[in-house]
Design a binder for this molecule. Sequence first.
Ligand code: RP5
Length: 212
Amino acid sequence: MSDSVTELIDRLRDEATQDRPAEETPDVGIVMGSDSDLETMMTGGKRRGAYDAFVDELGFAEQTDYENPPDEQFTFETYVTSAHRTPDLMTVYAETAEERGLEVIIAGAGGKSADLPNMTASIAYPLPVIGVPVQEKSVDSVIGMPTGAPLVAVDAGKSFNAALSAAQILARQHDEVRERLVAYHEDLREGVGAVSRELHDGGTPAFQDRDR
Ligand code: RP5
């Protein structure tokens, strides 16, 4: 049988046999249940997503070709793997994740039966999986794991935080990632200080007028 799902499954299985050096494989795997989750999971939506956190704040790059990794030291890869429409692809993605060099997976899904994060976590175990409920109504199905089947999760739509959490896991082994996380938080801190001073020293009307 030759179709796009089978081709992806074969690719992942083949990649798992390559035994590539860690520098050449993605560190983080991002999967989502549908391309309709893309803005929430990655970039361009109402709030910033995992892509924005990784690329803009932490200096990661998206790896799109296993044969030609980006120059950046830390990378992530991105796939759509639907729990209900492509359970075979979801399964092989999670089964091969560790052998393919991933250190952590971020899995997001929407709807009331948002099963991709928890099924990916069960299959990829003991690899850590960070679940992202793409919608408010997905929260219960993402976080409702039974005792003994762990999944850490962020609040609905907070894929940006999922990326930071994934980086925190990587930072236990990689000082460079730790330094980038610390620098990001220092920027946040500085931002609060700058607006606080501007608000106080200029007064409320001037502060409100600054972007008009
Ligand atoms: C959409 O369908 C959701 O955003 C979800 O991520 C996606 C995939 O659902 P299944 O195909 O796994 O049922 O509604």
